[in-house]
Design a protein around this ligand. Structure first.
Ligand SMILES: Nc1ncnc2c1ncn2[C@@H]1O[C@H](COP(=O)(O)OP(=O)(O)OP(=O)(O)O)[C@@H](O)[C@H]1O
Length: 387
């Protein structure tokens, strides 16, 4: 069907003060324009999008945060005569596409903004009669098989039949910047997606544990980033890789074996915190969910965050694996994360599951953690070309 525009809707933005809403709308508009070629007009809480290529626009709008739903539509002038003509042509197209025939129960849903010499009910009755005259199909306002929406906004009237779900959330880059700890597992890409959905700009930080892990882990991280970039239109998703193998070896040499994973994670948070300060990010994101695996017991999670001076956000903390996997599948990172990468050989046979903060502090001092991490941190910028 040939459409003349796409009408986008935003949810939460509508609740903001006019000044904040204006800023968010401008950001949303520039994020959409960075995704595909189009003209945009935002008014009365609607985003009127005029794309060069409709198919491209429809596939990309699924991945732009801030859009709650969107409808390909045709427009006409707000007179009964014009509405009748356009609705009649629109109905022909619906018939051609097999969406309505003489048996299809349908409903007209009208909305009206502005001053007109007809009410929404009068227009709905008029428009319903146009369709019935053409097809003789039954009107069913309670349980229709097809709904035809007519939105009258001042002099323009829009006709459409679909409300396609968008990702919702807030436009990217309307909230602060965060450093996100992304492994090659299922959870951290989902945690990152959730913070992006809340409008946060992300610096993705990955620790490459070679020789304790295989190159496959880093390849998976790269593929995960490519997937997340699909949701990042208008805002660059920056990445930083840390060569962490040498530090891990020091943990193994100079601390009790049981402590390896605790010292590994606590080092990750410290480095992430330093990176956050260096890049003006406001916090750190991780993919922890309480009790999900032996390493994610509450004492371990808390002990690994000891002595951090940036907040850690864990959007999955209260979710179960099934819920997390469902999102991973929806956003397309699940299949990448599921690929076998051989895991991490640094994990001891009996890892600590009830970390005691005092003992963790001793272990950190014994291995000179602070000094070792400073060396690791300095190497980040040398190792990363992509800004
Ligand atoms: N190699 C890594 N690089 C960056 N962050 C990591 C790395 N390994 C773990 N993390 C962070 O620590 C969190 C907990 O790690 P843990 O080892 O328990 O989980 P995982 O199974 O490796 O990964 P995920 O939680 O992403 O499924 C991860 O969610 C992630 O935020």
């Amino acid at each position: 069907m040939k459409h003349s525009l796409i009408i986008g809707r935003y949810g939460e933005l509508g609740l903001k003060s006019p000044r904040v809403r204006g800023r968010f709308e401008r950001k949303l508009s520039s994020n959409i324009k960075a995704s595909f070629n189009c003209e945009i007009d935002i008014n009365q809480a609607r985003i009127f999008i005029f794309p060069e290529n409709f198919d491209e626009a429809l596939s990309k709008l699924h991945k732009i945060f801030g859009i709650v739903s969107f409808s390909p539509a045709i427009s006409t002038h707000s007179t009964f005569e014009n509405i009748e003509k356009t609705l009649s042509e629109y109905t022909d197209k619906l018939v051609e596409e097999g969406l309505i025939d003489s048996e299809t129960p349908f409903a007209i849903r009208c909305r009206r903004v502005g001053t007109h010499d007809f009410s929404s009910q009068e227009l709905a009755a008029f428009a319903g009669a146009v369709v019935v005259r053409k097809l003789n199909c039954p009107v069913d306002l309670t349980n229709p098989k097809l709904e035809i929406f007519i939105e009258v906004r001042d002099d323009e009237t829009y006709i459409f039949h679909e409300k396609i779900k968008g990702p919702g959330g807030l436009p990217l880059e309307t909230q602060g910047k965060l450093v996100s700890l992304i492994s090659s597992g299922i959870d951290s890409p989902v945690a990152t997606y959730m913070m992006m959905k809340r409008g946060c700009e992300i610096i993705a930080l990955h620790f490459d544990n070679e020789p304790f892990t295989k190159p496959k882990s880093r390849e998976k991280f790269n593929s995960i980033i490519e997937k997340l970039e699909e949701y990042s239109s208008g805002v660059s998703l920056r990445t930083r890789i840390v060569n962490y193998g040498e530090y891990l070896q020091k943990c193994k040499n100079n601390a009790p074996d049981k402590m390896t994973c605790i010292l590994c994670k606590s080092g990750m948070y410290q480095i992430a915190g330093m990176l956050a300060s260096a890049m003006n990010a406001l916090g750190v994101v991780d993919g922890n969910s309480v009790g999900q695996v032996a390493s994610q017991t509450l004492p371990n999670i808390l002990a690994t965050r000891d002595n951090l001076d940036v907040p850690v956000l864990s959007p999955l903390i209260g979710m179960d694996k099934v819920e997390i996997e469902k999102i991973a599948k929806k956003i397309g990172t699940y299949d990448i994360s599921k690929e076998d990468d051989g895991g991490c050989n640094a994990v001891p046979r009996y890892p600590e599951t009830k970390a005691d903060i005092e003992r963790v502090r001793f272990a950190k001092e014994d291995m000179n953690q602070e000094e070792e991490l400073n060396k690791v941190f300095e190497s980040i910028f040398v190792n990363n070309i992509k800004q």
